[in-house]
Ligand binder design. Structure first.
Ligand code: NAD
Length: 255
């Protein structure tokens, strides 16, 4: 049987990239997946892809930085599946720029999605996990939190906050049988990266060549590279991993 047999998983930002890939993989491993996204058509497409393979999925539209929207999602998820075993805080947006290039509104927007967007689903789902004295939270950080990268100031700050949040949350909820860990990917080829390459660099080819040299294998990662790591964190196989980062970065951080 599957490595997530019978588990109910909520994945935020599952309409694209790493979130969609993880949703599909988790479903194949026996999980019932709540596919969340702020983008309705992309979220529904993930739901359809999973159902097509004969597995369980439910798309729930919500904006992870809006408290009412998140509370609504949690209510719907529990109403439909009865409980939540795993929360994967994956939704995130990017920004390319040094501090003098970051508009105040862009700073607020990225802090909102990448940090408040981890805080709110956690805030409203943890009480259910506490009641059941079991649960797993996976937070999406980035190697940019650990290594200084050119023109990633605001983005790096959000992903550093996610690491700090992961450790703090683990300490507070360990007594309830809840585990909280973080994923630390290098550069993964997804629509997210394709977009910022196209819109934020004069020479996207040179930018991609520079990114490739950071990964020791000379290639970018694929969404499934991160999805397999998320699968491990979601499953009971990782039960001794607590409050820790898991690096899937092709050696970008330590290599
Ligand atoms: P992606 O853009 O392909 O997918 C992100 C999804 O999140 C999109 O479908 C988007 O609609 C959704 N989303 C955005 N704002 C939302 C909101 N307010 N509420 C709900 N959903 C929202 O991106 P990806 O590359 O798959 O990245 C997923 C996560 O992984 C992000 O947190 C990103 O920062 C992180 N990450 C990505 C890379 C990479 O190289 N791709 C590296 C490290 C970390």
């Amino acid at each position: 049987s599957g490595r997530l047999e019978g588990k109910i998983v909520v994945i935020t930002g599952a309409g694209s990239g790493i979130g969609r890939c993880s949703a599909q993989l988790f479903a194949r491993e026996g999980a019932s997946v709540v596919v969340n996204d702020v983008n309705e058509s992309r979220g529904r497409e993930t739901e359809r892809l999973i159902e097509e393979e004969g597995h369980q999925a439910l798309f729930i539209h919500a904006d992870v930085c809006n408290p009412e929207s998140v509370q609504d999602m949690v209510r719907q998820a529990i109403q439909h599946f009865g409980r939540i075993d795993v929360l994967f805080n994956n939704a995130g947006i990017s920004h390319v720029g040094a501090i003098h290039e970051v508009e105040a509104e862009q700073w607020d927007a990225i802090m909102n999605v990448n940090v408040k967007g981890v805080f709110l689903p956690s805030k409203y789902i943890l009480p259910h996990m506490m009641e059941r004295r079991s649960g797993t939270v996976i937070n999406m950080s980035s190697c940019v939190a650990e290594i200084g990268l050119a023109r990633r100031a605001a983005y790096g700050a959000t992903k550093g906050a996610v690491l700090a949040l992961t450790k703090a949350m683990q300490v507070d909820y360990a007594a309830y049988g809840i585990r909280v860990n973080a994923l630390v990917p290098g550069t993964i080829m997804t629509p997210f990266v394709e977009n910022y390459l196209k819109t934020s660099y004069e020479d996207p080819e040179a930018a991609i060549a520079a990114i490739k040299t950071r990964q020791l294998g000379g290639e970018l990662g694929r969404p499934e590279d991160v999805a397999y790591a998320a699968l491990y964190l979601a499953s009971d196989e990782s039960k001794f991993m607590m409050g820790a980062p898991l690096y899937i970065d092709g050696g970008a951080t330590f290599g």
